[in-house]
Write a protein that binds this ligand. Structure first.
Ligand code: MG
Length: 289
């Protein structure tokens, strides 16, 4: 079993990718590519990790039960932004975003905007919001474009991610008909929890994520409250205020590193292809505020 660094290096050596690698070590699984080397199977990717506390599976357990498929209701949620939301992408430009490449170096965003969506461009790193956020409600829509190279399977098919605070990844992947280790499938809190069910739509169709996120709280270097994630995937609840063990890219299991109360949101530059649209975010101020 190759370790994560070896996995990333092999991907980098065999395909067009990957200035984003260093930034993804901070927030999301490493790697990024366009075409896998021959012989890759659907379960290839990051290595198996430790036993997950309270679960009977290891991180990236290849034997874990695949999430049960559910056909979402119609239409999936695609509402425009509420009046108190910050619009992060309205179909026109990337003015709310920076790019971030190898070594975490910031620069202009390398992803392209066309036809009202953002498209991940391999080898250009991740997208990072200019603003920082803590507790939020986040809406976005994403798709894996149809017609991808059929030899790309598993983690190599449509991989991107929504990385809250640059540390906590909700996976984006082609998961309608593309098995992988379940805690790496679309809607997974990467390496911790698969989605409870799989409501992913076929390639070429838009999916939606509606996320409730509570940022972790630290006092000095001590964790005093974990991060919590709630996710409606195409209107279907797949995580119900799940407590996170920490930064999802950490191996052999997620662990917290103290960080500021607010940090930028990241869209992960990984294998792709992936498109995003209608992205808005609301800061949660609590009751009576
Ligand atoms: Mg990903």
């Amino acid at each position: 079993m190759v370790n994560r660094r070896g996995f990333a290096r092999r991907m980098a050596a065999t395909v067009p990718v990957l200035p984003a690698l260093a930034s993804m070590v901070e927030g999301g699984q490493a790697g990024g590519t366009a075409t896998p080397p021959p012989g890759r199977g659907p379960m290839d990717g990051s290595p198996v990790g430790d036993m997950l506390p309270g679960q009977k599976w290891r991180v990236h357990d290849r034997n874990r039960t695949q999430p049960r498929k559910v056909t979402p209701g119609e239409p999936i949620p695609t509402s425009s932004a509420p009046s108190d939301a910050m619009v992060l992408f309205d179909g026109k430009d990337l003015s709310q975003w920076n790019g971030r490449g190898r070594g975490g170096v910031a620069g202009p965003p390398g992803w392209k905007v066309e036809n009202g969506y953002i498209e991940l461009v391999p080898r250009t790193g991740s997208l990072v919001t200019k603003d920082s956020f803590g507790d939020v409600q986040l809406h976005l829509e994403w798709m894996t474009p149809a017609g991808e190279d059929a030899s790309r399977v598993g983690q190599f098919r449509g991989n991107s991610g929504v990385i809250l605070m640059g540390h906590y990844e909700i996976q984006v992947l082609s998961s309608y008909n593309n098995p992988t280790y379940p805690d790496g499938s679309a809607g997974a809190i990467y390496g911790l929890y698969p989605p409870m069910v799989n409501p992913c739509l076929p390639e070429g169709q838009w999916n939606s994520y509606d996320i409730g996120f509570e940022a972790p709280r630290f006092e000095e270097s001590k964790l005093v409250k974990p991060a919590y994630v709630t996710l409606f995937f195409n209107g279907v609840l797949v995580h119900n205020r799940m407590a996170l063990l920490g930064t999802t890219s950490r191996e052999p299991i997620a662990a917290y590193t103290p960080h500021p109360a607010e940090l930028p949101l990241v869209l992960q530059g990984h294998a792709g292809p992936a498109r995003f649209r209608n992205i808005w975010i609301r800061r949660l101020r609590g009751y009576d505020a």
